[in-house]
Design a protein. Structure first.
Length: 281
């Protein structure tokens, strides 16, 4: 197996940067999700503001894991810097509400990371999860209790764990069972895409939980398969709306695609690196 691609997303829910190399730290790909939008009620994602998927961000200089450099955002045909005084006015016009662009806050600032207390109607929850009437809800019982209290783990802007790992095998299998949609890795916002062409086209990450990936000096512990949501179906850039993706994932793989991971030994990685799947670190 080898690394096909490495992705970093400077701003939560926006398009990111395809990298040829990166450092992995305990926080994942260095610089990943160092910024997020906040609407005064909670941290924003494309589950609520679908148009975020069509925006993108890139760092003005490489992050070092300590300082967070400014980013340049592409919003439609407009390029704007994170330090531009007009940015929040532009975001408010685009999203229809007052929005701030925030850097990571300290982990003890719990109120900032807390989920909105507004009750969501069941149909709205179904829409967020990309489900149709009669489809079962995904099983979140193995996720930490904090996932239900906070939009993101306090001190971070990722959903549950620092890394999302996806294989070309799963993407190929999903393409086989999804009619009328192009399966593109950008829809699924992975950090690492692993090419395991020696294995069959299948949702192979399902069997990887509690195992380890060794990539050079870096070691990743794989945790839980990733339940997917409406974000995988949103139209953005050159990709059309594709609700059939969630139909296929619900029917074929219990809503899931890819697997979360935690870095237990930091190290430098690059595309083309050999990846070894092991039972123990």
């Amino acid at each position: 197996m080898k690394i096909k691609s490495i992705w970093r997303y400077p701003i939560k829910s926006m398009g990111g940067e395809s990298l040829t190399q990166s450092l992995l730290s305990q926080h994942g790909v260095v610089g990943d999700r160092s910024y997020a939008l906040h609407d005064g009620k909670s941290i924003c994602s494309a589950k609520k503001y679908a148009q975020l998927m069509g925006y993108s961000a890139r760092y003005d200089s490489d992050p070092d894991g300590i300082n967070i450099p400014p980013v340049t955002l592409e919003i439609g045909n407009t390029a704007v810097n994170s330090e531009d005084s007009n940015l929040e006015e532009l975001l408010a016009r685009e999203l229809g509400t007052k929005i701030t662009l925030d850097k990571l806050r300290p982990a003890d600032n719990l109120e900032y990371y807390r989920r909105s207390t507004e009750q969501q109607p069941i149909e709205e929850i179904r829409n967020v999860l990309g489900l149709e009437e009669g489809e079962a809800f995904p099983d979140f019982s193995e996720f930490p209790d904090s996932s239900f209290q906070f939009s993101t783990p306090p001190g971070t802007f990722f959903d549950a764990y620092p890394l999302l790992v996806l294989t070309t095998n799963s993407l190929n299998r999903l393409q086989q069972v999804t009619k009328g949609a192009v399966i593109d890795e950008r829809r699924f916002r992975p950090n690492l895409v692993i090419d395991a062409d020696e294995l069959e086209a299948d949702f192979i990450e399902e069997q990887w939980r509690d195992r380890f990936l060794e990539i050079g000096d870096a070691i990743i512990k794989l945790t839980l398969p990733c339940p997917r949501c409406v974000m995988t179906t949103i139209a953005f850039q050159d990709l059309g709306k594709a609700p059939q993706i969630m139909r296929a994932l619900v029917q074929e793989n219990h809503h899931k695609l890819g697997i979360y991971g935690q870095v237990i030994k930091p190290g430098k990685i690059q595309t083309g690196d050999q990846v070894h799947l092991t039972e123990a670190a």
